[in-house]
Design a protein around this ligand. Structure first.
Ligand code: AKG
Ligand code: FE2
Length: 376
């Protein structure tokens, strides 16, 4: 127990202030760069150039909110964590009323039951459950079809919290994209009209819950290795368990399942690195759309979630994720100009909208199909 006033009620399992620390000596750990949102927003060009380099080479970084007086994101993420505990406590038959594919056409919004995704070629099921709360349902934007979601989410205080959080994450994502656009030699607003807050998109808050570890020697996979489909992801988690692959991805998403982290001569070439949560910081990563828009100048980080190391793994694990994704109607093509390499002569890109592409990727991930092999 920590020295801070306990926030625990008898039933509360999302209690970040009471969690044991990330175990000392856990290896290998990812050394991610840290950027202060306040510094980035004050137009510190040295920091902008450093951010660009990180996004070219790693696609993953910490975003520090501790020196911003206006941002309430870390506190709001915790409040949504508490809400998500209430959501996951609903009965299974209740939760299944909101299941992902209950909409036509299929949607990735709503409830994903644990086991929906395959984590290896043998079909071993994942162990985490999600509730994906779409921004369009919360912000009253036009939607394809309103998503059935638990009433709890629409209670005014909760809806206001989610609306504020979504708008704030979306703005933060666009601020980062604007810095990257300028660094790419493009107009600062190059990404802006592809990611308008009030246009239909697959942006959502994902509430996740992974169960306590069952077996120390054979960690289950809560979420299998993947790159995010959208442009940028803002993630808060409080327990370890997230791992990032040491090699970034630039659009050859051929590897879905984990292979032995070595090359043919047995030398280690790539491996899973633990990402240590840092209080007051989000973990930000670029997704596949950022790779596509920039012809691979920016990279996305492949990652997965397993139970947290040590004592932390004995607790249920919550995370709150916001995905900034291109608008449904945006055709996912490479931007033109600046440092974005032009297409080679005769090279053509498919006319695929973000909506089509994201759904295709999500279903492939569910079914354990290797992304690069079936991508249109
Ligand atoms: O739970 C986490 O820490 C990461 C979750 C994640 O990668 C995802 O939902 O795409
Ligand atoms: Fe992810």
């Amino acid at each position: 127990m920590g020295s801070i006033a306990p926030e625990r009620t008898d039933s509360a399992e999302f209690t970040p202030r009471l969690y044991p620390p990330f175990p000392l000596g856990t290896e290998p750990v990812a050394h991610l760069d840290t950027f202060s949102l306040a510094e980035l927003q004050s137009n510190d060009l040295t920091e902008h150039a450093r951010l660009f380099k990180t996004c070219q080479n790693q696609g993953f970084f910490y975003l520090d909110f501790t020196d911003t007086s206006v941002e309430t994101l870390p506190q709001d993420a915790e409040a949504i964590g508490r809400l998500s505990e209430e959501v996951f406590k609903l009965t299974m038959s209740d939760k299944m009323r909101y299941k992902l594919t209950s909409q036509k056409p299929n949607s990735i919004l709503g409830y994903k039951v644990a086991g929906w995704t395959k984590t290896d070629a043998r079909g071993t099921p994942d162990t985490a459950e999600f509730m994906n709360v779409g921004k369009d349902d919360i912000l009253d934007n036009p939607t394809r079809t309103p998503t059935p979601l638990p009433d709890l989410v629409f209670e005014p205080a909760n809806r206001n919290l989610l609306a504020r959080y979504q708008a704030s994450c979306h703005r933060t994502g666009l601020d980062i994209m604007s810095i990257l656009a300028t660094q790419l030699g493009l107009a600062a607003d190059a990404f802006e009209d592809k990611h308008r807050l009030n246009e239909p998109s697959d942006d959502h808050v994902r509430m996740t819950r992974g169960p306590p570890r069952k077996d120390a020697s054979m960690p289950e996979i809560q979420t299998p290795g993947h790159t995010d489909f959208g442009t940028i992801t803002i993630l808060f988690n409080w327990l370890g368990g997230l791992q990032v692959w040491s090699e970034p991805s630039r659009g050859n998403f051929h590897q879905l399942f984990d292979s032995a982290p070595s090359n043919q001569t047995g030398t280690t070439v790539a491996e899973w690195l633990w990402v240590k949560p840092k209080p007051g910081h989000a973990i930000v990563n670029l997704g596949d759309a950022a790779v596509k828009f920039t012809g691979g100048v920016l990279c996305s980080g492949r990652h997965r979630v397993i139970p947290a190391p040590g004592e932390q793994g004995l607790l249920p694990r919550y995370s709150i994720v916001y995905f900034v994704r291109p608008e449904d109607k945006c055709v996912l093509k490479r931007l033109k100009g600046g440092r974005v390499p032009p297409l080679k002569e005769g090279e053509e890109e498919p006319e695929l909208t973000a909506q089509q592409w994201i759904l295709q990727q999500a279903l492939q991930l569910r079914d354990g199909v290797e992304k690069g092999k079936v991508e249109a």
